[in-house]
Write a protein that binds this ligand. Structure first.
Ligand code: DAH
Length: 339
């Protein structure tokens, strides 16, 4: 019996040392350690032994079992390592393979410039306000000091839903909403879509984008407007940019002006981008008219403010030297992918 146990142990250890896959390992577990294993059969035979032999063989049987169990654990570890290595090999990724080409999108130049614009003004402490695109005649005109029959309504003819409801022709409408709902100090910009019943050509579209600005506080002067717009122009068009104010008329500001930036291509000498002028008009601005403040519940004896409004398309076209506005709306990726 002793020899049988020794031989069994040797055979089991030899076999387990060679095993290299999980299936064979399981077979060996059943064969050497299972209920129906040879070891179990031998140990069952112990009943026939004499009282002196029994403990000796019993002890030997236990040590053989322990030895096989230990060898089994070692083999199991080995098999796991082998199988893991095999799996890693089979699933290896060849990173040197060229990838499939995918078309990567990019931001539309209008979106990019709008984000840039927002960042510049957020950096100056402005926040962003929104207003509806479908407006009443009151917010689009009347509250902006442009009553019915005022000739300034003609140049901003838009799309009417009813007599009194229309698609806003300017983001200046947001000034009114903000003043009605907030107490000064107010410092906002409001980018968004506007509409006009204009025929499509290289510089007109029935839908385009504007960005409004409004600052209301005590002691706000035109100098604040100038400093703010100069900071904006340098950030948007480059450090060397100069600005100039030309007198103009808007019903909702007094005094009013149009603002030009020095041409960033020729620096002011005159070139094809600025059409020989050296300057490019980018926005309208002025000191908020007392009537506008009063109508929205702000006392013009206490507060003053400035406002400005720019066309985002105009900024995009100026910045990138685009001569036809239609390119911005045609969704031609050959054009759009350049930005
Ligand atoms: N709303 C004007 C337009 O669409 C632009 C404008 C001019 C806005 C002067 C202003 C401003 O806030 O002060 O032509």
């Amino acid at each position: 019996m002793k020899e049988k146990l020794e031989a069994l142990k040797q055979k089991a250890l030899d076999d387990l040392a060679k095993v290299s896959d999980a299936a064979s390992l399981e077979q060996m577990r059943v064969a050497y350690l299972g209920k129906k294993s040879e070891l179990a059969a031998i140990l069952k035979g112990m009943a026939a032994l004499t009282a002196e032999e029994r403990p000796i063989i019993g002890q030997l049987g236990n040590s053989v079992r322990t030895a096989i169990e230990e060898a089994f654990e070692v083999a199991k570890k080995h098999v796991i390592e082998l199988e893991t290595a095999k799996k890693i090999n089979a699933e290896r990724l060849d990173v040197t393979l060229p990838s499939k080409k995918t078309d990567k999108g990019n931001l539309h130049p209008l979106t990019k410039v709008q984000a840039e614009l927002e960042n510049i003004f957020l950096g100056m402490g402005f926040s962003i306000a929104e207003g509806p695109e479908v407006e009443t005649d009151y917010y689009n005109f009347t509250a902006l000091n442009t009553p019915e029959f005022h000739p300034a309504r003609d140049v901003q003819d838009t799309f009417y839903i009813t007599d009194k409801v229309l698609l806003r022709s300017q983001t200046s409408t947001v000034q009114v909403h903000v003043m009605e709902n907030n107490k000064p100090p107010i410092r906002i910009i409001s980018p968004g879509r506007v509409y006009r019943s204009d025929a499509v050509d290289a510089t007109h579209s029935p839908m385009f984008h504007q960005c409004e600005g409004l600052v209301i506080d005590k002691n706000i002067t035109m100098a604040d407007l100038k400093g703010t717009l100069e900071t904006f122009a340098k950030a948007m068009f480059g450090d060397k940019t100069k600005i100039r104010f030309r007198p103009h008329h808007f019903p909702f500001t007094e005094p009013s002006c149009e603002v030009d930036v020095s041409c960033f291509v020729c620096g002011g000498k005159g070139c094809s981008v600025c059409k020989g002028e050296g300057w490019i008009e980018i926005l309208g601005a002025g000191m908020v008219h007392p009537n506008v403040l009063r109508m929205s519940g702000i006392d013009p004896e206490v507060y003053s403010g400035f406002a400005f409004g720019m066309g985002i398309e105009r900024i995009v076209m100026t910045k990138y030297g685009i001569s036809d506005m239609r390119l911005l709306y045609e969704n031609d990726t050959r054009f759009l992918s350049q930005f």
